[in-house]
Ligand binder design. Sequence first.
Ligand code: AMP
Length: 204
Amino acid sequence: MRLIFLGPPGAGKGTQAKRLTDKYGIPQLSTGDMLRAAVTAGTEIGKRAKAVMDAGGLVSDDIVNQIVSERIQEADCAKGFILDGYPRTVPQAKALAENMRQKDLVLDAVIELKVDEEALVRRIENRVAETIAAGGTVRSDDNPDSFRKRLSEYREKTAPLSQYYEGQGELVVLDGMAHVDAVTVAIEAVLEKDANAAASAARI
Ligand code: AMP
């Protein structure tokens, strides 16, 4: 199963992807997590990406395309993977398609989680509060200025992907405002090609 999650920051892509990894036994590939790991490890890529990430901008297509291309060849991706936060631009989507074509891999679904922006701001505030309460470290881009920038990058560069995948007949849009469990049910229904269940859950 090879799946892409689309949706703005805070839409719940990571939460839903994590739930699916358990059920389907395939890894969640979050380019954000991979880039944060590179920053922490102080690699060349991490050094190049840090300032852009902190400001809420997008890291260059070349860097993320390379990271994903290498990652999907690893053994744990043999049965499939869930892409969370990639692709984020139309050129990334085209690079992914070419990359998968070369590896003889087929995409099973592109699922977009739709949410309203007011709710996103509240979710990010909650995420920060929960992280602090749990004694964790708040992400350096989870602050109001960077978050606004991440949203505007999403609108400008990532939102056009919906049309791109819709044009290819691959897009399913779900209501990301529904309860987190209802969203999971809807996603599973889509993946199991159960149209009725998907419609009665959170499908838009
Ligand atoms: P995320 O954890 O998905 O919210 O990503 C955090 C940050 O990592 C983003 O704001 C970008 O700076 C960078 N990033 C993650 N994925 C990508 C991508 N596919 N293309 C460009 N930048 C990315």
